[in-house]
Design a binder for this molecule. Structure first.
Ligand code: BES
Ligand code: MN
Ligand code: MN
Length: 454
């Protein structure tokens, strides 16, 4: 084992150079103009898997972006680990706020800056390099490994779900290892055991059949923006409770054990507020900040448009207005059911003076992993060895849609060994990844293979 760790240590610089190549490919999954980059990126991952020592590597076409699969099954009788991650990234706008171009990686203060650095290319690359380190030193792996790296995580993973349903034998494994979450604090080994789900909706309000002069017509018809703003405001009451009837029906109470665990993490509201530049925090009454973000469902407007949004002033009553609204869900809430309740409630809130269309864009179930699982225990030991500190257990407010599918369809446990930080600007300008954590992640991954094989 020590030779693997030494090898990882002495190749720090070359790993960073290779990661830069990965980060130079603008694999934005949501934009049609980047579809060639997506293909190029899938090929890049496939090449790296081959060079790392995987015996079979294949790119699978889907209805959307390609999936990259790799395997090495040379350890009969030993467990099989399926490593999942995503090579697609979020769009870069607002581009003017980037200090360096998003696809020209630069290193500052031992951090690598580029779109996808922490979410998720840097974290995917850790596992490719740990596998490679085993082959370059020991010459084999202590257990069997499969990789499935997708290009559609940021747009909901719907084609991967189809692929899993049709290929349960190919993906058969004992545990799924995923690095696409965050450490609770820098240098603190963390395993995430819960993710929230998602229900993403769009509401379009239409009033008059064309834009109108706001002087000539102001006072005679409903303004779709005003109506939409009123509807959004009514979705939460003054205590921050969501007003959709039935919304909380399947939400369970937090156990005393979890409450105590959250408390033990010593979260500071003051520090958090300061980092985000807000005078005070806000949310559902009666719950701590960690509880609200990790274990309670929430509703947020993600974008709103309509009417005149250019510079200067234009006097107009717009014909229509649209809002994108997402709800983060907790275990047992079903995205499809929530979408229906949402639609019904919106229709009830809308006055006769406008037409309302409600669309469901995508959804994902929340997920929870038991902490007494063999793979989780091995991961905890591995991280403890790599970091030289005791592992903490955290939940996460974000979503990784496919995690719940892995559990249900492959009947495998899931280990969320994330090495990112929530302060690393994922989805926003100047995304970066700590190179110290990158190195610790490669070691944690290698140590995990050893621990889990014992
Ligand atoms: N890696 C993130 C999820 C995440 C964020 C985990 C922060 C831990 C900390 C993932 O790539 C992501 O952005 N998921 C989306 C899913 C959606 C687009 C279907 C999310 O949570 O918004
Ligand atoms: Mn991610
Ligand atoms: Mn993401």
């Amino acid at each position: 084992m020590q030779e693997v760790i030494n090898y990882i240590q002495s190749n720090r610089e070359s790993y960073i150079e290779e990661l830069k190549e990965f980060l130079r490919i603008p694999s934005i999954s949501t934009l049609p103009e980047n579809s060639d980059d997506i293909k190029k990126c899938a090929e890049f991952v496939a090449d790296k898997l081959k060079n790392a020592g995987m015996s079979r590597v294949e790119i699978f076409k889907t209805e959307g972006h390609p999936l990259v699969y790799g395997e090495w099954l040379g350890a009969p009788g030993k467990p099989t680990v399926l490593i999942y991650g995503h090579y697609d990234v979020q769009p870069v706008d607002p581009i003017e706020l980037w200090e360096n171009p998003p696809f020209e990686p630069v290193i500052k203060d031992d951090k690598i800056f580029a779109r996808g650095a922490t979410d998720d290319k840097g974290q995917v690359f850790m596992h490719i390099k740990s596998v490679e380190a085993y082959f370059k030193t020991v010459g084999s792996l202590p257990l069997n490994i499969k990789f499935i790296i997708e290009g559609e995580e940021e747009i909901g993973s719907s084609n991967l779900e189809v692929f899993i349903n049709n290929n349960t034998d190919l993906l058969k494994c004992d545990t799924v290892l995923i690095s696409d979450t965050a450490l609770y604090a820098p240098g603190l080994p963390t395993l995430t055991y819960g993710l929230r789900g998602l229900c993403y909706m769009e509401v379009e309000v239409t009033g008059p059949n064309k834009d109108l002069h706001s002087g000539t017509f102001g006072g005679s018809v409903a303004n779709p923006i005003n109506i939409l703003a009123d509807i959004i405001a009514k979705l939460q009451d003054k205590n921050g409770k969501i007003t959709i009837p039935g919304f909380y029906d399947s939400v369970t109470k937090l156990s005393k054990m979890e409450r105590d665990n959250f408390k033990a993490l010593k979260f500071s509201d003051k520090k958090y507020a300061k980092e985000l530049g807000v005078a005070e925090l806000k949310g559902e009454k009666g719950f701590s900040t960690l509880e609200r973000v990790w274990a309670r469902p929430t509703l947020d407007c993600n974008g709103i448009f309509g009417g005149f949004t250019g510079k200067g002033a234009k006097t107009v009553i717009p014909s229509s207005a649209t809002a994108k609204i997402s709800m983060r869900l907790v275990p047992y809430q079903e995205p499809k059911k929530i979408a229906k309740l949402f639609e019904k409630h919106i229709k009830q809130l809308a006055p006769k003076s406008v037409k309302v269309v409600v669309r469901s864009l995508h959804g994902a179930n929340a997920s929870m992993t038991p902490l007494n699982d063999k793979a989780t225990i091995a991961a905890s030991k591995a991280m403890e060895k790599a970091f030289g500190k005791k592992t903490v257990y955290a939940r996460e407010g974000g979503s990784v849609p496919i995690v719940d599918v892995f559990g249900r369809k492959l009947k495998a446990s899931v280990v969320l060994m994330g090495l990112g930080l929530n302060s690393e600007n994922l989805h926003s300008p100047n995304e970066h990844f700590s190179l110290k954590h990158f190195q610790l992640g490669i070691k944690s991954s290698a140590l995990f293979f050893n621990e889990y094989s014992l």
